[in-house]
Ligand binder design. Structure first.
Ligand code: GAR
Length: 187
């Protein structure tokens, strides 16, 4: 039976695009939700015929938390995939909906919003990408899969991030395929 997937993303959406294009996944991508009206991921979704919703963060985090929860509830999502979503999801959200996140570093090293920059600053020769379950912390949930990516001598943040993202696109799709059989159906 096909699982219902909601993707949350804030930016370019190349990871989301890899999921849209993954014909091997038995999923129905029921919505792409973004906190940013100008996110390129929204037009990528529209081109793929996927409904989109924008839920901007206003003055009240409480209100935003509630809006995120009711949006995903309305889509009866079996799985939420955070693919470049740059907001912390509320604890109640991640307790309610199984949620995974793709992170551009080998967690538990370099959590947070500047993982690639932080890995470069630390001078590591190997970094990578992690897909993990999202819990109430920042990039602290149980790790599902990881892949290493080398740091090259002349890397800057952009070149290293692009090398990581090439690997991330494959890993997020493979990880979704891996966990689908363990998920319940909501609709
Ligand atoms: C990815 O590298 C993802 O891991 C990262 O944003 C990028 C999104 O790329 N997410 C985070 O840093 C979350 N803390 P995309 O917009 O091209 O899909």
């Amino acid at each position: 039976m096909t699982h219902r997937l909601v993707i949350v993303a804030s930016g370019n959406g190349s990871l989301a695009q890899a999921i849209f294009d993954a014909t091997e996944l038995d999923v129905d991508i029921v919505a792409v939700i973004s906190d940013r009206a100008d996110a390129l991921v929204l037009s990528r979704a529209q081109k793929a015929g996927i409904p989109t919703q924008v839920i901007p963060m206003g003055d009240s985090r409480q209100i935003w938390n509630g809006q995120m929860i009711s949006a995903v509830e309305q889509y009866s999502a079996d799985l939420v995939v955070s693919a470049g979503f740059m907001r912390i999801l509320p604890a109640e959200f991640v307790q309610r909906f199984p949620t995974i996140n793709s992170h551009p570093a080998l967690l538990p090293d370099f959590p947070g919003a500047h993982a690639v920059r932080d890995a470069l600053a630390a001078g590591v020769s190997i970094t990578g990408t992690t897909v993990h379950w999202v819990d109430a912390g920042v990039d602290t949930g149980p790790i599902i899969t990881q892949m290493e990516v080398p740091v090259l001598p002349n890397d800057d943040e952009a070149t290293l991030h692009e090398r990581i993202k090439k690997v991330e696109r494959g890993l997020i799709v493979a990880t979704i395929a891996l966990i689908l059989p363990t998920l319940e159906h909501n609709a």
